[in-house]
Design a binder for this molecule. Structure first.
Ligand code: AMP
Length: 308
């Protein structure tokens, strides 16, 4: 069975959407990634940090889904990373109101011994220096290294981020971030420029408009499922990334053809994530539901046409 190591925030989130708002609830990039990847029955573990204020029951929720949290450091006298965001009416854009790094500011990650031989590495959204520290602690290069990041790190730590980008295989970012990173408006040109920074594969997420996978001239497009109701998009990008790498890790096949299926798997899982506030939907998702929706994805995009 493949091993998957996930690095990213384990956080408190406060979310406001046109449909309601929450107080501090369980969130964080690594939380969403791991819940999503746990659907593939692989051996996964998280490297992260939380404060003494973080309820143990949240870690137990992850353990219940066979996610190893030995690499989650608990700083008893510190406070957990906190993010507050507010969505606009179209739910495709949001404002970040608060980013309190708290214990993340001085975090020195330690990869647990039994994950140093991981086959797959998911560098979820967090400080690029932490992402680099984790890369350095893994003696043999994993089969596939995927990186997710966001504008916050481009604005504040670009040189460190560029060093990490040079070392990875796949980058997943949203369209605005791809434009910011490359300085190109056209996503095709943006992907080319990002290829030149290091990653062979560039995945550009476009929210409710799906995702594009670029590999030096090859392009694949996966739609997002048109949903009747989107309640809270928080974590959709991370859930997508978790579904992507979960699929890759389960199959062990890192070809472009298989990556296309991984992009569909990621889109499929993200479509569930947005149906409820926070992680709620991802905590109670069945294989039957996932398989049924995969069929919907197939029907949505399959067509026959006569070529003359
Ligand atoms: P997404 O909606 O997929 O972009 O991810 C939302 C999650 O990212 C939330 O659960 C936040 O806790 C987390 N998050 C927000 N800002 C940051 C940041 N600067 N670094 C790491 N994680 C973040």
């Amino acid at each position: 069975m493949s091993k998957l190591l996930i690095v990213g925030t384990v956080a408190f989130d406060a979310i406001e959407t046109p449909f309601g708002k929450t107080d501090k609830i369980l969130g964080g990039a690594a939380t969403y990634i791991s819940l999503s990847a746990s659907q593939f029955g692989i051996n996964s573990g998280i490297v992260s940090v939380v404060g003494g204020d973080f309820p143990k029951k949240y870690l137990k929720k992850l353990n219940k889904r066979f996610i190893n949290t030995d690499g989650v450091e608990i700083v008893e006298n510190g406070k957990t990373f906190f993010w507050k965001g507010k969505y606009h009416n179209d739910l495709n854009s949001r404002d970040t109101l608060i980013t309190d790094l708290n214990v993340l500011a001085d975090f020195k990650p330690i990869v647990p011994e039994n994950f140093k031989d991981t086959d797959f590495l998911m560098l979820g959204n967090l400080h690029p220096t932490v992402q680099m520290e984790v890369i350095k602690q893994i003696p043999n290069r994993p089969k596939l290294v995927v990186l997710d990041t966001m504008n916050f790190w481009m604005d504040n730590t670009l040189p460190e981020l560029m060093e990490v980008i040079a070392k990875i295989d796949v980058i997943t970012i949203n369209d605005e971030e791809a434009r910011q990173l490359s300085g190109e408006y056209s996503l095709v040109k943006a992907a080319q420029k990002i290829h030149n920074m290091g990653p062979k594969y560039v995945v550009i997420k476009k929210g409710e408009h799906g995702a594009l996978l670029f590999n030096n001239g090859n392009v694949f497009y996966a739609p997002a499922l048109p949903l009747e109701e989107v309640f809270d998009p928080t974590g959709a990008g991370d859930t997508f990334a978790g579904g992507f790498i979960g699929h890759m890790a389960k199959s062990g096949d890192i070809s472009f053809e298989n990556m296309k299926r991984a992009v569909i798997s990621g889109s499929n899982l993200a479509s569930f994530c947005v149906e409820k506030f926070g992680t709620e939907r991802m905590e109670n998702l069945s294989q039957e539901e996932i398989q049924k929706r995969l069929l919907q994805f197939k029907l949505l995009t399959q067509f026959e046409i006569e070529l003359s």
